[in-house]
Structure formats: C-alpha cells, structure tokens
Design a protein. Structure first.
Length: 89
C-alpha cells in the first residue's frame, strides 16, 4: 500500500498584497478620510499654537527656530496690573 500523500500536503493560500487589499476596499478607505482629516485638524493643529505660546516667535526663523521663553510671557501677563484687573472682571 502507498501512503496517502494528500493528508500531508500543505495548501498555500495566495495572500493579497497590501495595495491589492486597499484597492479592493477603496470605498471604506475613502469613508475614513473625513474622520482622519477632522482628527488631524482639531487634535494636531492646536499643538503648534501650544508650542508658540512658549517661544519667542519671529517670522524669519519660523516656529522651530524661535528662542524658548518658557513661562516668561505668562508671568509678565499675570504680574501686570491691567491684566490682573481683566482676570478679576
């Protein structure tokens, strides 16, 4: 008797590449785009404003090139008399 070789055969399934899977489900990826844009605009864009609050911004050096001031401007704001009145009202 011959052994049954069919049991020992491994079936290799052809897996699709990432680009093929994306192209196959392109409608779903298009539906994700508005959510992704919303997330980027309202969660990551404010981070640049947060960095600018602690830097001495100049147009010629840009956001990255400005000198780090830390809490200097916040302390000036809280110490000044006029701003103290604004915070009280």
């Amino acid at each position: 008797m011959k052994p049954n070789n069919k049991r020992h055969q491994v079936h290799h399934t052809h897996q699709k590449s990432l680009l093929q899977r994306i192209w196959e489900h392109k409608i779903l990826y298009l539906m994700i785009l508005p959510c992704l844009f919303f997330y980027l605009i309202f969660n990551y864009m404010p981070m640049t404003s947060l960095v600018l609050a602690f830097k001495d911004f100049r147009f010629d050096t840009g956001i990255i090139g400005g000198e780090w001031k830390g809490l200097h401007y916040f302390s000036r704001f809280l110490i000044h008399v006029v701003h103290r009145l604004l915070l009280i009202r």
